[in-house]
Design a protein around this ligand. Structure first.
Ligand code: HEC
Length: 510
């Protein structure tokens, strides 16, 4: 069988290594990646589980041979990814798109295995709108005061609830439709080594992962007030506690960025603040939303510092009503640019990611429609550009060394690129349906990368040929930010397994 992900973990270790079986069903771990010791083996192939051998002893200077057998699982539903649930369930694409709002805090399995009728669903959806986006069933966090979130985004209330009640287990003991799985990835997709580093506790949600110039791996924690640092040689983790500045509001951080001095910054979400960590003094400096502007829903999850050296200004987004702030690092004052509108529809730009270029102009990614907005840093004038796919819901991205903006189209299922020189956009659709890319980044080897909140796959795009290579990850993940270490060719992708409390490195072999 080709395309089976085989993982090995030395007993007592927090690090696992995975490889993928080739067309002959063979797999091999490179000798330099395994120390001598006893290893536990795991396999991932939808619909199958290991039969028999589950471990192997490795000794220095010797080849260890293991033969692995797989057997069919009895309960396929436990193997389905979010994307496979969407493929399997009856309904129109428009109905299914509603569920793109339900993958941030838990899997769709929870919804498909529920027994709510339509009234029940109306109540559940209402309850979901009161949770902080970095909640999980392990650690739910309620929003403070009167804050709520729009988890329906255009869904039509009762009709949606009725449809959900027709596809879950409210009417039948099991689903009446067949459960479908994606074909396993083959060919070039099997030429890869994947390393997973488990984090010290299961509540850590590594939302953004980045490397600093020394090669240390840093992560933001979506559900707790820590900035994390990991040594990739040993897997050792240090957690730096971030001060709570708005007690009673949800705790957790989202966007992680590095400034020109190689110091990390994070968006501290519902604490309505941003923070800079000085690596030398090991202290945080915080900037909070001025009191007169702040609300229960004040949320500073995203900031942009790529061009800050030009004018000492940091771009910040307050998600509450989409206001755009600029922090002046000389005066430590924030300026409120207000929110922007789409001139075609009159609708407010629903900014998710905010990114800056080398001249410190800003880009807003309109997650509630299909717009990219460019704000001129000098004149503050905004220009609104439409993505080729309508309502593509661009989410996050990054400006490359040529000044082009790369982004993930969450609903457009594509990597998008805006070239400010020609003012044109290009899209490349990700091959696996319902990949729902969250973020995209171009590396210096001419390849763009993205991850998925729904498929447990990452995708690598050769922008010259337009060809994608996808890689299957060993365990359920929920991927947000993507970061590429492009010091080598091919580059290595670093991501957080946001719901798996681990950091994952994906190294293609060619
Ligand atoms: C902001 C985070 C968040 C989002 C987004 C979210 N959920 Fe939840 N969900 C939770 C948490 C936390 C729990 C566990 C606590 C609870 O049941 O209230 C949960 C539990 C559930 C359950 C199981 C509990 C029950 O009462 O059956 C269902 C079903 C569910 N969610 C449906 C949905 C649907 C449908 C959506 C999309 C509209 C959604 N969720 C979006 C956080 C979220």
């Amino acid at each position: 069988m080709e395309g089976v992900v085989i993982s090995a973990r030395e007993d007592g270790s927090t690090v696992s290594i995975s490889v993928v079986t080739n067309a002959q069903g063979r797999f091999a771990f490179p000798a330099e990646r395994l120390e001598s010791g006893h290893y536990t083996l795991k396999a991932r192939a939808a619909g199958y589980e290991l039969d028999g051998v589950k471990g192997a002893a490795v000794a220095a200077g010797q080849e260890t041979k293991v033969e692995i057998k797989l057997r069919k699982v009895k309960n396929l539903s436990a193997h389905l990814t979010n994307a496979e649930w969407l493929m399997s369930m009856p309904g129109t694409d428009e109905q299914k798109r509603f569920l793109l709002n339900c993958t941030g805090c838990h899997t769709l399995e929870r919804i498909m295995k529920s027994t709510h009728d339509a009234d029940g669903f109306l109540e559940v959806i209402q309850r979901m709108s009161l949770y902080y986006p970095g909640s999980t069933p392990l650690k739910p966090q309620r929003l403070a005061g009167t804050a709520t979130r729009d988890v329906e985004r255009g869904g039509n209330g009762r009709k949606t609830a009725e449809w959900l009640a027709s596809i879950n287990l409210s009417q039948e003991a099991t689903w009446t439709f067949p459960l479908k799985t994606e074909p396993r990835l083959t060919g070039k997709s099997t030429h890869v080594i994947i390393t997973e580093y488990d984090l010290p506790n299961s509540l850590i949600q590594p939302h953004d992962v980045m490397l600093d110039r020394e090669g240390s791996v840093w992560y933001s924690d979506f559900g707790q007030m820590f900035l994390g640092k990991m040594d990739p040689k040993t897997g050792k983790v240090t957690q730096y506690p971030i001060p709570v500045v708005k007690p009673g509001s949800p705790e957790g951080t989202l966007d992680l960025e590095f400034d020109k001095d190689d110091n990390p910054w994070v968006g501290v979400m519902y604490q309505s603040a941003i923070a800079k960590f000085d690596k030398k003094t090991q202290k945080f400096q915080m900037w909070t939303t001025p009191k007169e502007w702040d609300t229960d829903g004040g949320q500073l999850g995203h900031l942009a510092i790529e061009g800050t050296n030009i004018d000492n200004k940091v771009w910040i987004k307050n998600s509450d009503v989409g206001n755009i702030y600029r922090l002046d690092l000389i005066t430590n004052r924030m300026e409120n640019l207000g929110n922007f509108k789409d001139p075609r529809t009159g609708k407010r730009i629903g900014t998710y990611g905010i990114h800056s270029d080398a001249q410190n102009n800003a880009y807003l990614l309109d997650f509630s429609a299909g717009n990219i907005v460019k704000i001129d840093g000098k004149t503050k004038n905004a220009t609104v550009y439409q993505t080729p796919t309508p309502d593509s819901r661009p989410r996050r991205g990054r400006v490359d060394h040529e000044g082009r903006l790369w982004f993930g189209e969450y609903q457009g299922n594509a990597i998008g690129m805006f070239d400010p020189k020609t003012e044109r956009m290009t899209e490349w659709k990700v091959p696996t349906p319902w990949s729902a890319p969250y973020d995209a980044v171009l590396d210096r080897n001419g390849e763009a990368w993205t991850g998925s909140m729904l498929t447990d796959r990452v995708a690598r795009l050769d922008i010259k040929s337009g060809q994608y290579t996808e890689y299957m990850l060993p365990r359920p993940t929920n991927i947000r930010r993507v970061y590429v270490d492009d010091s080598k060719n091919p580059g290595a992708l670093w991501i957080g397994s946001n719901h798996g409390a681990s950091i994952v490195k994906v190294e293609p072999l060619d």
